[in-house]
Design a protein around this ligand. Structure first.
Ligand code: ARG
Length: 235
């Protein structure tokens, strides 16, 4: 048997990752309550490469960046779009996923492009890039914008007829439509929506973790790990 060590090694520092786990296929909770998804697998692969232990904590979107700023989370992995505005208050990893807004409507809807939503009731998740796009189109004071704390809640409202459309990230809308044929939704795309990229977010100035993650991200992109995870979720 190995001789007992004189002093216990310093506790390994665990990277606490915040995620709003109501955003399949990027992050969601399975039947066991475990947090799973594309972002989770990428973040796990990155952490493994960097030799960092990682723990995921379900964190409501509305408080997610505050939790990061206060140091309650070390990193956010939550399909976060890298935007100039957010860069003022947080730092991002290199991009790891391309996205764009996509419209969900009922199958019979006449909506054919984003501008068609101008006079309609539109559901969004509060504080997302979808919210931003719709706010720009309908106007800051529009009472036709219905804001929800999660994207699934906005989609539920579309199903019950409380809103005429939902604008959210394409990956999530496509996943929902494909997995809920009973909802009878269809998607409407529009090139007017700006291209978006997801990044992992860090507290502003946490260059140490940011560079570790960037290095590991480049490594999993180079060695095929990223492609394998991508194929698992997006074929
Ligand atoms: N990509 C969009 C944004 O950054 C929506 C992300 C929402 N993520 C989530 N897990 N609910 O604004």
């Amino acid at each position: 048997a190995p001789a007992p060590v004189a002093s216990a090694p310093a506790a390994a520092k665990v990277m606490v990752v915040g995620t709003d786990a109501a955003y399949a296929p990027f992050e969601s909770q399975n039947e066991k309550g475990e947090i799973v998804g594309f972002d989770i697998d990428v973040a796990k692969a990155v952490a493994a490469k960097a030799g960092i232990e990682v723990k995921f904590v379900n964190t409501p979107w509305e408080g997610i960046f505050n939790a990061l700023g206060q140091g309650d989370r070390d990193m956010i992995a939550s399909a976060v779009t890298i935007t100039e505005e957010r860069k003022q208050s947080m730092d991002f990893s290199d991009p790891y996923f391309d996205a764009q807004q996509l419209i969900a409507v009922k199958e019979g809807s006449k909506v054919a492009k984003f501008a068609d939503l101008k006079k309609l009731k539109v559901g969004v998740q509060t504080g997302t890039t979808g919210d931003e796009a719709v706010t720009k189109l309908l106007g800051k004071t529009s009472t036709n914008i219905k804001r929800f704390e999660s994207t699934p809640l906005a989609l539920k409202e579309l199903e019950s007829g409380g809103v005429d459309a939902v604008v959210a990230d394409n990956g999530v809308v496509i996943h929902h439509v494909a997995n809920n044929p009973g909802s009878k939704f269809k998607t409407v795309s529009d090139k007017e929506f700006a291209p978006e990229q997801y990044g992992f977010a860090f507290k502003k100035g946490n260059v140490e973790l940011q560079s570790k993650v960037n290095k590991a991200l480049a490594e999993i992109k180079a060695d095929g790990t990223y492609d394998k995870i991508y194929a698992q979720y997006f074929g």
